[in-house]
Design a protein around this ligand. Structure first.
Ligand code: SF4
Length: 518
């Protein structure tokens, strides 16, 4: 490098570990590889902002360290630092004296505000570029939309399908003649169906070092033992291939199924890798569509998977940025209780919640229908404060980041955002859980009983919620039939439902709010 050449720092944050990082590649082409240094900061303080699952932190730190190794193997100068973000950034500036610092806009609101503050404090030095991890940054289906206007996911998704030419013909019509195969994708898992386990990756020396470090950290959740996730791009691609070959073909049929016998059923678990940049959305979408074109997976499975990635994932990110920062305080059902202790400890006689929470403590993962219909359903019926539920999700799930949790939990799961994300509350009694899982067969409660000692709490909480919000629910055209069910309850039965719900909620143990995002 000559003295006339500029020195460029590309600061890459932990959830942007893209193999082909757009800003890094651009700077290398523009200024030459010798001029560019990548800055990565591993912050233990940030990793303890909430009581995160230890496996989530191991994943993040190990993937960052492997990323640094891969960059150096490409001959890219890499400054890997451990410590507080601001002081390590200052130390980097002092040591490297860059002429410019280039960053991709963070996916999370708080981190983006922090970037903007840094850029404002160092005018002319720091530039923040568009985030390229999300396809909606390339194509916004509704660019001129008023902020309070509702857009349903289906319309958003169809626009994305057409723009990115995914499962559409030359006339913009959907492959197979239909946009949506949801009605085929609601089967419970047959008794003897045994979904294959996802590909696992024994930890190498570098990962084992991180595991040993994080095992010693206090104030975190879960254990590091049995960590077996991908931490490199190559491993993440193997996890993708494993899903495409062994689980995609049944993903659609059993997308909503829940079972004690399988952690992931036929789900991909690829959100764990997508959300930190080890895979990209188009890469996984293309692989699924290719499997359909080769006759390896049926259309209902492939469309269902594409809907999750190109539809829901992009829509949720888009909605997050439309609704922030107000979304953190949205609480449309005026829910005030903190998170019940059983979601942190798995100590409960409710079989479904015990299974889901124990799995979370063991693995940092459960699939989306358990998140929606076991956890969020309970929390909405029980009146748990949306931000407390969000902080629990952020802590427990390996793939949870603010942009995905807040709209999914506050919007979709708890319907607390004024109906912007979902037009009706997703609430269900034990009937749904019993139909879609085998949890109820091993439970001390009766899924069919509404009140009484053996009644399933989902049942009296469900009817209590409907009674408490009857007028409001009646005015929602999508909820009408459920409210009409109230006419079958006598005044005495209504009273019993309310009394039992109140006694149950009073007896439940609650943990104090974490109050980090409040
Ligand atoms: Fe869950 Fe109720 Fe079924 Fe028990 S009976 S597993 S608490 S839904």
């Amino acid at each position: 490098m000559t003295s006339l050449q500029q020195k460029i720092t590309v600061w890459i944050v932990g959830d942007q570990l893209l193999e082909h990082h757009s800003i890094l590649e651009h700077m290398i082409v523009k200024y030459g590889g010798n001029a560019v240094t990548v800055l990565l900061i591993e912050s233990r303080a940030r990793a303890k902002k909430l009581p995160y699952h230890r496996k989530k932190i191991v994943l993040l730190f190990s993937a960052m360290r492997h990323y640094a190794v891969a960059l150096r193997a490409r001959g890219i100068n890499t400054d890997y630092r451990q410590g507080s973000i601001l002081s390590e950034f200052a130390a980097h500036l002092e040591e490297y004296q860059p002429d410019r610092v280039e960053m991709m806009a963070a996916s999370e609101y708080g981190a983006r505000v922090a970037q903007q503050k840094i850029a404002a404090r160092l005018p002319g030095l720091v530039t923040i570029h568009t985030n390229t991890q999300f396809l909606v940054e390339q194509h916004n289906p509704f660019p001129a939309l008023a902020s309070g206007k509702r857009v349903i996911m289906e319309n958003f998704y169809r626009s994305m399908r057409k723009h990115f030419r995914i499962l559409v013909d030359d006339a913009d019509q959907p492959t197979g003649g239909k946009w949506n195969f949801d009605h085929e994708n609601r089967k419970p898992l047959p008794k003897h169906e045994s979904p294959p386990l996802p590909r696992s990756f024994p930890p190498d020396d570098m990962t084992q070092t991180v595991m040993a470090d994080i095992a010693k950290e206090s104030d975190l959740t879960g254990e590091v033992s049995d960590f077996a996730w991908a931490v490199t791009h190559e491993q993440a691609r193997q996890a993708l291939e494993d899903f495409i070959i062994r689980r995609l073909h049944r993903f659609g049929d059993y997308e909503d199924a829940m079972t004690t016998d399988s952690l992931v059923v036929y789900h991909s678990t690829l959100s764990i890798y997508l959300n930190i940049g080890l895979l990209t959305p188009l890469e996984v979408i293309d692989a699924a569509v290719h499997a359909y074109e080769q006759g390896h997976a049926p259309l209902n499975a492939v469309e269902g998977f594409v809907r999750q990635v190109l539809g829901w994932r992009e829509y949720i990110y888009w909605m997050y940025w439309r609704m922030m920062p107000e979304l953190t305080t949205a609480n449309d059902w005026e829910a005030t209780r903190p998170m019940p202790a059983m979601f942190w400890t798995a100590q409960t006689d409710m079989n479904c919640i015990r299974h889901v929470t124990q799995r979370l403590l063991d693995h940092g993962y459960s699939h989306h229908i358990e998140r929606l219909m076991i956890v969020c359903n309970f929390c909405l019926l029980a009146g748990i404060n949306p931000i407390d539920v969000s902080e629990w999700f952020l802590s427990m799930y390996a793939d949870a980041y603010e942009w995905v949790v807040l709209p999914n939990v506050i919007g979709m799961g708890l319907n607390a955002d004024g109906g912007m994300t979902a037009t009706k509350p997703y609430i269900a009694s034990a009937n749904y859980i019993s139909k879609m899982s085998n949890y109820c067969a091993g439970c001390c409660y009766h899924a069919k009983q509404r009140t009484g000692d053996d009644a399933c709490p989902y049942n009296f909480l469900y009817w209590n919620f409907i009674i408490s919000h009857e007028q409001r629910l009646r005015s929602n055209p999508r909820f009408g039939p459920s409210v009409l069910g109230l006419k079958h309850l006598t005044a005495q039965e209504r009273k019993e439902v309310q009394q039992q719900a109140s006694a149950f909620l009073d007896k439940l143990e609650y943990y104090e709010s974490l109050a980090v995002l409040h």
